[in-house]
Design a binder for this molecule. Sequence first.
Ligand code: ADP
Ligand code: MG
Length: 334
Amino acid sequence: MRLDELGEFGFIARVADFVGEPRGAVVVGIGDDAAVLKTSGEGHLLVTTDAFVEGRHFRREWLSAEQIGTRAACAAISDIAAMGGEALAVFVSLGLPGGEEAAFGEQLMRGIHNVATEYDASLAGGDTFASPSGICLDVVVVGQVDRPWLRSAARPGDILLVSGTLGEAAAAFHLLDSGAAPHAEGLPTALHNRFVRPTPQLALAQALAELAAPPAAIDISDGLAQDAGHIAERSEVALTIEADCVPLSPACYEVAAELGADPVLWALTSGEEYELLLAMPSAHAEQAVAQAQQVGVVLTRIGSVKAGSGVTVLGSDGSPIEFERGGWNHFAPQ
Ligand code: ADP
Ligand code: MG
């Protein structure tokens, strides 16, 4: 079967199949935002890796070298936040065409270093090679957590919460893609921040570390509807999202109106938002909302968990919304 028929997740499932259950120190392997490893102490180590390829994950004409690095580091660290953890160290494999200015590579690495430093993590190693075409990088982040937040932890009766607002990444992308903004520098401030320096929700993870039980969690990197599907699958439950409850960014409304698009559809399917989707018992929600507020993060209830499977997104009239695409899938025809 061809990859563009199997899809990214079909391929990963095949690999997960022959790898089987994790062994030895690995407690959670393929299938969550990061792998979870036992240590000799009480805590767990977290390891995540994310690739960024020119023309696929970013366009060079939209970003400076430093911004390419900043964005990649934030995206990679976000997976540590999605596990409820804190970042410790960052490793970068970087491929650049030999004809590139050294200063370009240096600026890119500075972008990564600055983000790592901001989150008290160190850029601790990597690999450098000549790329036959374009810029490519892979960012590995090692983190730690006492009680990991797993995609598999959602239970029937839980409620779904999302951090912040959604839709800015889509709005930024469409402004750039339509040519309305020729470079990230031309984006309105909120969109610029989301596109160039999305916030990994590490502060939220720390703020909720003392909840009576760790929530189920995933970061929204491929689109809310699709990422919700990963929680549904790993937890073997059904998720219902009420589209009317999903908090949209004001900038998402504005840009969608400007470009004649549906802002709600953007918010439901926009990847690279890096907000967290959480599932937890409703009895924990009040405390979670209050603790999030203390670190300046708004948590909004957007749905619920039931017995069953899959994700249903209900529109204003209470009937399910059908999606052509619930989010990003590598290999799928875009
Ligand atoms: P995320 O969006 O959180 O980075 P992905 O959707 O990229 O997660 O990946 C889903 C899961 O599949 C993760 O646990 C990831 O580590 C794993 N995975 C992806 N590609 C591979 C691969 N080639 N080999 C092994 N595991 C993989
Ligand atoms: Mg993730």
